[in-house]
Design a binder for this molecule. Structure first.
Ligand SMILES: [Zn+2]
Length: 326
């Protein structure tokens, strides 16, 4: 913003022609270059447009990302490709495991990207990245269901790289196997987060988690983030506050739901959890009773950079409010 305003008011040819006095022109040029460089190095806020562009790239590279598919491997490579600085620093963890599913043993992987903060404790933001296995033959790409929130987390990572957490550490979790392999049940769903919650319970990590937040289906052009009864009340209150602080109050809590999602394995172990999700996706008709959810219509044209901007603003504000909460 600043650099645009300076370009408009400091037209080089006119300044030079009018005054020929370089003492006036040079400091402006230096200021302009400094502002431009600062802007390039450290985006002032979360960039919804960039998150949308990343969603498109992710869908181009790995449209079908169901377990065991070549697209699933490409999705994993895409995620890793965007965290080279964190990999170099040893701040990127791969959690590989095999899960017993109705389709047999399947290899899965969670990725954890760590941005160390200054206070003891961790805020987690998670999204699943794979596509629904039972829908593998219908051209399902999950633009809203998995793709845009993977992109959202990558873009939050881009922000945190240049704006390291000042309070608690922030970890991004790209989890696998959220979807049921056959049909949703306690044992056939949430494979990645169930594995991670058990692992972190055993190694003591769970005690450090101040909040486990999930991003799911929040690219929807018509965004209405649900008030989820399975989320922790004080985190729901903070989300309402975050929406107020960012000017996004009209996008939250129109609908009340109780969602079964990646937050449940952590909720069951006593971790404060929040699912930031919009279950109401597209018009509900006779042929599409659940809207675009889990249909071949869940494509990039149904989501928007604006909704991703709102989601990104909310997550960054949540980090700030959770830090203050203590
Ligand atoms: Zn799904």
């Amino acid at each position: 913003m600043t650099s645009v305003a300076l370009v408009n008011t400091c037209h080089p040819e006119r300044s030079a022609a009018k005054s020929k006095d370089l003492r006036l022109f040079l400091p402006l040029l230096v200021l302009l270059l400094t502002a431009t460089n600062l802007h390039a190095a450290a985006p002032a806020r979360f960039n919804g447009q960039a998150a949308f562009a990343l969603t498109q790239q992710f869908l181009n590279v790995a449209p079908k990302r169901y377990l065991g598919s070549p697209g699933h491997a490409k999705a994993e490579a895409f995620i890793k490709d965007h965290f080279k600085p964190e990999i170099a620093k040893g701040h990127f963890e791969t959690d590989s495991f095999s899960a017993s599913t109705p389709a047999g043993l399947m290899d899965m992987r969670n990725y954890i990207v760590k941005y160390p903060g200054k206070k003891d404790g961790v805020i987690v933001i998670a999204s699943h990245y794979e596509t629904n296995y039972p829908l593998r033959d219908i051209g399902f790409v999950g633009a809203n269901d998995g793709a845009c929130t993977t992109a959202l987390l990558i873009e939050i990572g881009n922000y945190l790289r240049t704006h390291p957490p000042q309070g608690y550490s922030v970890w991004l979790v790209f989890d696998d196997g959220e979807e049921a392999v056959q049909s949703w049940s306690n044992s056939d769903s949430l494979y990645g987060t169930r594995h991670l919650a058990a692992k972190w319970s055993q190694d003591g990590t769970l005690k450090k988690i101040k909040a486990f937040m999930v991003a799911d289906m929040i690219g929807d052009k018509d965004l209405n983030i649900d008030k989820d009864a399975n989320s922790t009340p004080w985190l729901l209150d903070l989300l309402q506050q975050a929406a107020k602080n960012t000017g996004h109050s009209s996008y939250v809590f129109k609908n009340q739901t109780a969602v079964e999602d990646d937050h449940l394995p952590f909720q069951q172990r006593g971790v404060p959890v929040l699912d930031i999700i919009d279950m109401d996706y597209g018009p509900h008709t006779m042929t599409l009773p659940d809207g675009y959810h889990h249909t071949a219509f869940d494509t990039i044209d149904k989501i928007s950079a604006h909704s991703l901007q709102i989601a990104g603003d909310l997550f960054l504000e949540m980090i700030r409010l959770i830090d203050q909460h203590g």
